[in-house]
Write a protein that binds this ligand. Structure first.
Ligand code: 8YV
Length: 330
């Protein structure tokens, strides 16, 4: 039996499914291991069930020569050096599709919460400051009928576009490295624009672009300066896509109206300047966290690991590989 490591706590049923095929070392305490602790536990392991919190970089791979599969319980895989894995013939998998609609729901909710000042007004109520109604209390920009801007137009971006166009009568504009084919654009009611137009015209800008060196600080001081003072910014993509310090300054000076953030640079640490500003809704990276979706993500990551290591009914054919070339080379 091959040995695998489950790097974080996960549903017991998922551990059971893995135990049918492998000798499983799990992380019951859900300790966030240092790199050296991770390397130590990966010794002798053929596969790892990872989450976005574990960095599987070239140093880790070099120290763990037995590794054959790295299976992420996340659609994003910027925590993994995929090129280094491919070079070593290590299969990398992620969990696309199963989280699309849940994550889009959350992104839309976060955008609405930021736009309609829900967190800010709730804090005011909890502080006991609500003593009377008045005509301009927590007035905010509207959501319906405004312009929704989307940066990144993969599966989640398209699901958000549909919500905006069909549910809220929004005009939807987007920018992406590659433009969608015309039929897909029509299906999501979105119009392609350049980045400058997106920044200038969006009333509510939602970020769903994967993190890479190319998207690092895609929204920084210069980009924030191009947005409307009434606009909102929502980041459900990855910390690092936004320059959090620049955003905190823009929010403080009301250069944009509000923001909703589910992801942060260096999370779980949050820039203290963001904690100081009232016009931001902050959530702890939970966009995919519905009961059904987290379970589906874990099941898919386990199915990937089982198949990537040559077991189960899909032996050698993991459902959602990131580097199919590593499989082909086997
Ligand atoms: C995960 C995510 O919860 O799938 C992703 O890329 O960001 C989230 O759904 C997180 O990465 C933990 O694995």
């Amino acid at each position: 039996m091959k040995k695998v490591l489950v790097a974080r706590a996960v549903f017991p049923e998922v551990l059971e499914a893995l135990r049918a095929h492998f000798e499983v070392e799990s992380n019951r305490d859900d300790t966030v291991w240092s790199k050296s602790q991770l390397i130590e536990r990966l010794q002798g392991k053929a596969g790892v069930f990872a989450t976005g919190s574990e960095r599987i970089d070239a140093e880790v791979l070099a120290a763990c020569p037995g590794l054959e599969a790295v299976c992420n319980m996340a659609v994003g895989y910027n925590n993994i050096d995929v090129a280094a894995c491919t070079a070593r013939g290590i299969v990398v998998t992620n969990t696309p599709d199963v989280l699309t609609e849940t994550t889009a729901d959350f992104g839309f909710a976060l955008m609405m919460a930021a736009a309609r000042r829900m967190a800010e007004s709730e804090r005011y109520l909890r502080r006991g400051e609500w003593l009377k109604w008045h005509y301009d209390q927590f007035m905010s920009p509207d959501v319906h009928g405004t312009t929704l801007g989307i940066l990144g137009m993969g599966r989640i971006g398209q699901a958000i576009a549909r919500r905006g166009a069909l549910g809220f009568g929004m005009g939807v504009i987007y920018h992406n490295r590659t433009r969608l084919p015309a039929d897909k654009e029509a299906a999501v009611h979105a119009r392609y624009v350049d980045k400058a137009t997106l920044l200038r015209e969006a009333d509510h800008l939602v970020l769903v672009v994967p993190y890479s060196p190319a998207s690092h600080h895609a929204i920084g001081a210069a980009e924030l300066a191009q947005m409307k003072p009434t606009a909102t910014l929502t980041n459900i993509a990855r910390g690092g896509v936004v320059d959090d310090a620049a955003l905190a300054a823009a929010l403080k000076e009301r250069r944009i109206a509000a923001a909703g953030l589910d992801v942060f640079e260096g999370e779980p640490r949050v820039d203290p300047a963001l904690l100081e500003v009232p016009n931001v809704v902050l959530t702890p990276h939970i966009a995919s966290s519905s009961v059904r979706t987290r379970r589906a993500m874990a099941d898919l990551a386990a199915d990937n690991l089982i198949a990537a290591l040559g077991c189960g009914s899909r032996a050698g054919r993991p459902p959602t590989p990131v580097n199919a070339e590593a499989l082909a080379a086997r």
